[in-house]
Design a protein around this ligand. Structure first.
Ligand SMILES: [Mg+2]
Length: 237
C-alpha cells in the first residue's frame, strides 16, 4: 500500500497537553480567590458544559468551538461552585487560556520526528481536529511546523462538523484531492472520534496509544494499526 496522505488529530496525537488544563484552571481559581483543589472538578464541569453546548447546537445550526461557547461554559461551571462572574471577566479568562495553552502545549518529540520525515519524503499532511482552530494554529506556528500541513480542519461557523461525523472525513479527502480513502492514513488518540470516523470513511486508521491504555478495541473502534510512538508508522513509507 502506498499512502498518498497522512491526516493527524491534534491534541494528544501531535501535542502534549498533559497537566495543562489543571494549571490553567488553578490560576483562574486563584484569581477568583477560590480554593485551588477544586481545579479538577471545575475543569470537568467546564468541559461538560462546553461539549453539551456543542451537542445541542450540532443539528440546529451547527455548533462552533469558539470564544462564545468556551466563555459561556466557564460561566456556567463556576456558577455551580457558587461563583458568579460576568461575561467580560470570563472572556478575559478565555483569552488567558488561549495564551497559556498555546505556550505550554508543545509537540511530542516522536510527532516532530515523524512530521519532519514525512515532509522530507513529500507526503501530504493535514490536521483534522475537534479542538479550537486558533489554538491549533498558534501552537503549529510556535513549533515551526505550520508549513508541513496543507490545512487544519476544525469545527467553525463555516464548517460546523466534528469527528466522527463522516462528512468531516469526506471533506478532508476532497481537500487533499484524494479519491481512494484507503490511500490516506488517519492517526489519532481517540478510538471513538478518530478511529471510528477513519474506519467509517475507509481510511487506514492508526491509534497512537503512548500509555498503552487501549487493549480490547472491537468493531469500528479497532484501529488497523496501534502504535506507542508515531515514528513506528514511518516503516510504511
Ligand atoms: Mg486527540
Amino acid at each position: 500500500m502506498t499512502f498518498e496522505a497522512v491526516l493527524f488529530d491534534a491534541d494528544e496525537t501531535i501535542f502534549n497537553n498533559q497537566g495543562i488544563h489543571q494549571i490553567i484552571t488553578e490560576r483562574i481559581l486563584e484569581d477568583l480567590h477560590l480554593p485551588k483543589h477544586l481545579a479538577k472538578e471545575v475543569h470537568a464541569r467546564w468541559d461538560f458544559h462546553y461539549f453539551s453546548e456543542q451537542a445541542k447546537k450540532f443539528d440546529a445550526r451547527g455548533f462552533c468551538i469558539d470564544q462564545v461557547n468556551n466563555t459561556e461554559a466557564l460561566i456556567k461551571a463556576l456558577k455551580e461552585f457558587g461563583c458568579e462572574i460576568d461575561y467580560q471577566q470570563a472572556e478575559a479568562f478565555w483569552a488567558y487560556t488561549v495564551e497559556e495553552f498555546s505556550k505550554r502545549s508543545t509537540p511530542y518529540p516522536d510527532a516532530l520526528e515523524t512530521i519532519d520525515t514525512l515532509q522530507q519524503k513529500g507526503v501530504k499532511m493535514a490536521i483534522v481536529s475537534n479542538g479550537d482552530k486558533e489554538i491549533i494554529n498558534l501552537r503549529l506556528e510556535k513549533a515551526g511546523i505550520k508549513d508541513a500541513f496543507a490545512f487544519v480542519l476544525a469545527p467553525e461557523h463555516a464548517f460546523p462538523l466534528s469527528k466522527p461525523k463522516p462528512a468531516i472525513f469526506q471533506h478532508s479527502l476532497k481537500l487533499l484531492e484524494i479519491n481512494n480513502a484507503k490511500k490516506t492514513m488517519f492517526i489519532g488518540d481517540n478510538p471513538t472520534s478518530d478511529i471510528r470516523g477513519a474506519n467509517q470513511a475507509g481510511m487506514f486508521s492508526v491509534l497512537i496509544d503512548r500509555a498503552n491504555a487501549f487493549t480490547n478495541l472491537e468493531g469500528l473502534l479497532k484501529p488497523k494499526m496501534k502504535v506507542r510512538s508515531l515514528t513506528t508508522i514511518l516503516e510504511l513509507f
